[in-house]
Ligand binder design. Sequence first.
Ligand SMILES: [Zn+2]
Length: 336
Amino acid sequence: MQTAKKQAEVFMSNLIITNDGKQYKSVNGFNGSIGIIAGLTGSTVLSTQLKKHTLKPVCIKMTKLYKSVPFSEIGYPAIEKAKKIAQLDKKGVKIVNAADINYDEYLKNLNMIELNTMNKSICNRLLSLNGTDIEGFKKLPFKNQFKLLKEIMKKHFQAVHIKHVIKGNVSSYMETKTVVTNFNNRGLALTHEIGHAIHHNSKGLWKNIMIKYKKNVPLLSAIFLTAALIKRKKADGEGYKNKFDKATTFVKNNIGLISTGLYVPTIAEEIHASVLGNRIAKQIYSPELYKKTVKITKFGALTYIITGIISGLSAWTAVKIKDLIAKPKLIKNSDK
Ligand SMILES: [Zn+2]
């Protein structure tokens, strides 16, 4: 048993005494920070390489398949039929061809200007579009400043997103109750996005759990990874101080599985959107187009699964590197 004096000493210093009497010195804050930076750098390099060699080839195959089907092969009658089967009119959901969207008009309607370079004049223009200026902004209570910035950032991300949709890089079901895809080079994404539209406009599990949850995956991943990185590596034989210590140690030791696990509901929702979409595709397309649609959705599911696995591997690597740099140092083998 440790005496109260010894416990106090241990608490005040960075000394760790394990159950079997070994003494370790925990690393100082500087080494810990270097460890975190090295861990994050290493995991970013790894995830970039993994994406390049696993995700990219799948995306290239998908794009090739999309591009092999011009709009004339899909045609308006199929779109109308899809709308009817999914009862989109009843749900107030529109289908928009992204090729018809004028980006500048879209920004105007969004009350936005493009944010390529953030400088004072752009900030001023942006704020003026939202009914204030820098001086007026400074006078706002903090709560309102935060609200306004949040609104501007939301519009900014929407503008960036729509640019990609117009180009045909992505397709989307948007909160404005719109299914949007560029029919010239990404028409076959229509039915999968209708699957998402069905989820968003249902009352069941998919809407309440998956869709609200899905948005928060990046934030949740960041919270878990931060907790795992900050947590100090336990010395061999070191006990837990309390329940919180035990829980955070669990997060640290299982960060790879946790990070991948966070993607599971997203993967499930994506696959289910494809199942719903493919059912519609079977009714509106020729057998050949249907076959292509199914193949694309299989590639799509694969991209989400790969993303989940890469997320786990990178988080695991970040924590491993940090621990290698910032692990407790053995200073005394036994105090007996
Ligand atoms: Zn999707």
